[in-house]
Ligand binder design. Structure first.
Ligand code: F6P
Length: 546
């Protein structure tokens, strides 16, 4: 598409439609249509989506579907699954779907089927995981591994950390896991203080193997290990790497037989399904890891084949476009009422903000509409006692996805009913609010006169805050795969509508470049300045304090 989607007829119709809907209250939409819940809910792959508490009507959905057709969404989905180079600015195919292609149907990149390589790495991962888990893999002094430390950042950290946290009930009883990402030596230092060098395995995870944070942490971990065990040769027993860059792994000093490969057609934030998943695969076992791949594959098949009005990622992606580009929502919240998903919001933050935080189209045209929103969130129950006040009575429109499990991974009497009642209550109140009249009736039970009059404005809830409710039975590895893939594909839907490339991240480069040039200013190797008044002033101040 080399014109903006906003110049098409459907965009104008949606703009007009938004004006007509701007003042409409969802509570009235429910009153008008007794079947609204049935009309606006759908179930697939073990996930039930209630999207009836959105500021939409059937007309909104029809127009959004029309826009999806205008953006050739069907064709784009097919192009991704066919292995076309849809990451145009890097001339790469986008094939995280091949990593979880449990059907094994051939997927071609430059005429070559990638499935044999994918399967070979999975087989190598299985062998490695089995040997660590069984205790056969021995450290330098002959002891079995007890701690697995992943060193990586961004996509080489957030996905595996999220999965490892979510599937704690499936952990191997002997193995502990740690994730080190931050440059601040506190992160590595705190971790090293908790592990024994003789029984620790470091996984150095970096797609490019050039990332400053990862390489510096890996070097320091290596020094620590050698100094503790007293022999360089110990490294081979305690360090493995996951990367696309064999030469750089070898230059770092890791034997490439201990390297797990992936490919440039896997984006960093989409790499959880590749060998980047190794730290979680070791901890939860390869069978569970492959179950997760199977769950993601279930979702991919659904995405490829289900009609758009029954298609979970399509519906959810279009709703996000509706709120960002038409309703003026600049942020979107994720509120899991499933504590195992504690790290899901930060994982989604990278997935969505790095993919959709773009201001030009694939063809480089300046965009004249709002694209990806700010993504944030936390487990819902904790959020209720922290930031929900703003959702209920603040001044911003903040749509949210509320995610609930019917069964906890750790059942205790009465907990799950309490969790569910809170999730349902919050969504109900966010949608319905409480009018002045309703507030008056309620408060009059306890207050009267001037006190009652004064309290009313503080106790009114405007409502009309949209939520999707996503429900599943229990967070098994398969369900986690399905849920995660759902959001990946919903991001793809949004990117296609907006005409942007969801698979590059040029916006992270300049900061890295400037940090590299600033480093010698701080080590004293090159004191040149010339950045800007504030930065030069701060450099001087910091140097003065050393
Ligand atoms: O700086 C951003 C980024 O490139 C992410 O896209 C990526 O997930 C992360 O850094 C880590 O990159 P790598 O896996 O190459 O170390």
């Amino acid at each position: 598409m080399n014109t903006l989607i906003s110049h098409g007829a459907t965009w104008a119709a949606l703009k007009q439609h938004q004006q007509a809907l701007a003042q409409v209250q969802m509570r009235d939409l429910f009153a008008q249509d007794r079947q609204r819940f049935e009309h606006f809910s759908v179930e697939a792959c073990g996930l039930f989506l209630d999207y009836s508490k959105n500021r939409v009507t059937q007309e909104t959905l029809d127009l959004l579907m029309q826009m999806a057709a205008e953006a050739n969404l069907k064709d784009w989905i097919a192009r991704m699954f066919r292995g076309e180079k849809i990451n145009n600015t890097e001339q790469r195919a986008v094939l995280h779907v091949a990593l979880r292609n449990r059907s094994n149907r051939p997927i071609l990149v430059d005429g070559k089927d990638v499935m044999p390589e994918v399967n070979a790495v999975l087989a190598k991962m299985r062998q490695f995981c089995d040997s660590v888990r069984s205790g056969q893999w021995r450290g330098w002094t002959g002891k079995s591994i007890e701690s697995v430390v992943n060193i990586g950042i961004g996509g080489s950290d957030l996905g595996p950390a999220m999965v490892t946290r979510a599937l704690r009930r499936y952990h191997h009883p002997r193995l502990k896991s740690f994730f080190v990402s931050n440059l601040d030596s506190v992160h590595l230092g705190d971790t090293l203080a908790q592990v024994n060098p003789e029984t620790t395995l470091f996984i150095i995870a970096s797609k490019t193997f050039t990332t400053q944070e990862t390489l510096l942490n890996a070097q320091s971990a290596r020094q620590w290990l050698v100094s503790q065990l007293g022999d360089e040769k110990a490294v081979a027993k305690h360090f493995v790497a996951v990367s696309t860059a064999t030469d750089k792994v070898s230059a770092f000093g890791i034997d490439t037989t201990n390297m797990f490969e992936f490919w440039d057609w896997v984006g960093g934030r989409y790499s959880l399904w590749s060998a980047i998943g190794l730290p979680c695969a070791v901890i939860i076992g390869m069978n569970n890891f492959e179950e997760m791949l199977a769950g993601a594959h279930d979702l991919d098949k659904h995405f490829e084949t289900a009609p758009f009005d029954q298609n979970l990622p399509v519906l959810m992606g279009l709703l996000q476009v509706w709120y960002s580009s038409f309703m003026g929502a600049s942020s979107y919240a994720f509120l899991p009422y499933d504590y195992t998903l504690k790290l899901f919001p930060p994982y989604l933050q990278q997935l969505m903000m790095e993919s959709l935080g773009k201001r030009v189209t694939r063809d480089g045209l300046n965009i004249d509409y709002a694209t990806g929103p700010v993504i944030w969130g936390s487990p819902g129950d904790n959020g209720q006692h922290a930031f929900y006040q703003l959702l209920h009575q603040g001044t911003q429109l903040i749509p949210a996805d509320v995610i609930i499990a019917l069964e906890s991974q750790y059942p205790l009497p009465r907990h799950q009913e309490a969790v569910l009642s809170n999730a349902l209550a919050q969504c109900h109140v966010l949608m319905k609010g409480r009018t002045v009249a309703e507030t008056q009736v309620e408060l009059a039970k306890k207050l009267q006169g001037e006190e009652l009059r004064q309290r009313i404005p503080h106790s009114v809830f405007p409502g009309n805050q949209p939520t999707n409710m996503l429900v599943y039975q229990k967070l098994t590895p398969r369900m986690l795969g399905t849920l995660t893939a759902l959001y990946e594909q919903s991001v793809f839907v949004q990117s296609v509508i907006w005409g942007i490339n969801a698979f590059d991240q040029w916006g992270v480069e300049l900061g890295k470049q400037v940090a590299n040039s600033l480093l010698p200013e701080l080590t004293g190797e090159n004191v040149g300045g010339g950045y800007d008044g504030s930065t030069d002033g701060l450099l001087k101040y910091i140097r003065g304090k050393k």
